[in-house]
Design a binder for this molecule. Structure first.
Ligand SMILES: [Zn+2]
Length: 309
């Protein structure tokens, strides 16, 4: 049962309680020729019954409301689940959860927002099958895949949907080793680029600042040796681009409702290497002081205080 139907159901119950209490009182007044003292006692009894009835309905509402979120684990628990799933995958001991027909029937009937526990944005690379590498199943992970795991408007919108509407407590920005998109941008920045199809440059332009930072931070690295550093920087770039574009994501992280973590998947071992969590806090603080960050959280408002490009 979703929150809307729980709410409407309980409003009906409250209204019914009120009607019952009024009918009780009318019944008692009509059928019992009571003294004033008796009438006062009856009024007290009816008030007590009404109050009790309402408290019961409120308690029922709280139970129902918590049912929609109670099974969503805390962010730290989600990260542990992802780590354990990846460990099973690496060890060849995947249990392939939530992959049977019963789960499909459940998926057809229920709201994914009551089940999916993580949003993951990663590269389109065929070596990064998200549910497999985390040993997860149907209705477990809200996945966004785009070459180079870049975060432009469409990806930021998808992430906002995952965090705010599918209610996943965790977002993983997942880069991977040997990423072709990061390699192509590294080649271009180093002057070894080649002609690209018309839509690719605007796709990968988000990666360029990451590669430039990697080169600046590691002057000893030459040629392709820059790529692994660029891959990590590109994860941080994705998180920064998300925060720049999405006040909703910033607020969810600040309030503790959601956690954003960076990680890099090793295509040759299957292992997910988790990046330091405090770096996300540093990036968020940097964005919060950036005048170019988006400050309008919701679409459809009148004011556009900040823009991203
Ligand atoms: Zn890639």
């Amino acid at each position: 049962m979703n929150t809307d139907s729980v709410l409407s159901c309980n409003l009906v119950q409250v209204a019914a309680c009120g009607r019952i209490a009024r009918q009780w009182f009318i019944f008692l007044r009509i059928h019992i020729n009571a003294s004033n003292e008796m009438e006062e006692k009856m009024k007290k009894i009816v008030k007590t019954l009404t109050l009790g009835c309402c408290l019961l309905v409120l308690a029922a509402f709280q139970v129902n409301a918590s049912e929609t979120t109670a099974h969503k684990p805390a962010p730290a628990e989600v990260i542990k689940m992802l780590q354990e799933g990846n460990q099973r995958f690496v060890n060849g001991k995947s249990i392939h959860p939530h992959a049977d027909s019963a789960r499909l029937i459940q998926a057809g009937k229920e709201n994914q927002g009551n089940h999916a526990y993580a949003t993951v944005i990663t590269c389109s690379d065929s070596r990064v099958p998200v549910e497999r590498i985390f040993d997860a199943g149907v209705m477990d992970i809200f996945v966004i895949r785009v070459a180079g795991n870049v975060v432009d408007t469409d990806e930021a919108g998808s992430i906002e949907y995952g965090l705010a509407h599918v209610n996943t407590p965790v977002l993983v920005v997942l880069g991977h080793t040997q990423c072709g998109a990061v390699t192509a941008v590294t080649d271009a920045v180093q002057g070894h680029g080649h002609p690209l199809e018309i839509n690719i440059p605007p796709l990968v332009d988000n990666i360029q600042p990451a590669v430039e930072r990697a080169i600046a931070a590691h002057p000893e690295a030459k040629g392709k040796d820059v790529v692994p550093y660029g891959i990590e920087e590109n994860v941080w770039q994705g998180i920064e681009d998300l925060f720049m574009r999405s006040p909703a994501s910033r607020e969810m992280v600040k309030s503790g409702k959601a956690k954003v973590v960076g990680a890099i998947y090793d295509v040759s071992t299957g292992a997910v290497n988790w990046l330091p969590e405090d770096k996300v806090t540093t990036i968020l603080a940097k964005v919060e002081s950036d005048p170019h960050r988006q400050t309008q959280a919701m679409a459809g408002g009148e004011a556009q205080h900040g823009t991203t490009h």
